[in-house]
Unconditional design. Sequence first.
Length: 349
Amino acid sequence: MSRLDEIRTDYEGLASLPVDADGNAKRRRGFAFERFLNRLFVYEDLEPRTGYRPSGEQIDGSIYLDGRIYLLEAKWHADPLPASTLYQFKGKVDGKLAGTIGIFISMSGYAEDAVDALILGKALNIILLDQRDMDAAIIRGGGFKNILKHKLRKAAEEGAIYFPTEGELVTATKTRSIEIDLLRFDQTTGSVFATLPAEPDTADLLIVCEGDSDRVVIATLAERILAGAGSSRSIKILTAMGKITIPRVANAMWNTFHSESKVLIVTDGDNDPAGTAMMLANGLEFGDWVAAIPNPSIETWLGLKLDSSRRPGKSWIEVSRRAAEMLDIDALRQQDDQFDKFCAAILDG
């Protein structure tokens, strides 16, 4: 067995821990994940340093890439991480040499307002990765170094500190994940080439939404709408993990694909749909887009009320999915002009 095969097997073993495993098992996985990352980084010649304590603060580690040191934090919790956890890491990065960049890996993802909270009025010095990024790097062979370079470039060029490596492809008959990081720029040769087997690099419609629960709702509804119309159209969905960051992710996506596909933005109105539309108009750098703005939130379409005191977790995602499966699409189209706009974009682009 090659070293890469061993790394992949170890990673799959960590990912196979049952959701209902006890707290001790999950804590052991967290420590094992840190050791695993060290092996991965050694394999990819990233010269890792394991956890250390400068001035009493805990740093999970660091890596070396293209002449630069990057600080590292890695978590594997049960629920998406809140903005407060990112603030703590950002504070550690801010206290280091000017220009230092931190890499945060959260295998449970991030709360849907965490990215917005991190970028508003603050210097951008953290890159965010999640399990989909790690899956693309390890399971599907993209390589951690390639994934990281692509995300660093999107952050530098577009200000998108969370640019998903994977999107979701939706058709009338199936929904599956696809890799977004299809290209790599080689500084030695000055050429761009594919790093992964080519999935369809265009779609009839590209959708950008706020977070994972929205993505699940949109994928479920889109699949139902396409199936009901007997349509063969294909749709890609990306999450921005925040509302304010949507234009940045959409611009980065557009520049990645240089596609002729239309872009649909689905984002909550938050009781100010006109202001939301203005925010999109001011931030998007390309012209062929349309927005569907449920107000106050996408849960309005589903007849659900989201408890603002709780972060959406996996249980809420399942509630949302079931509501989307039961939704009377034709009735809602007649009642809600934004949902009608959403359906029209799914069917006609």
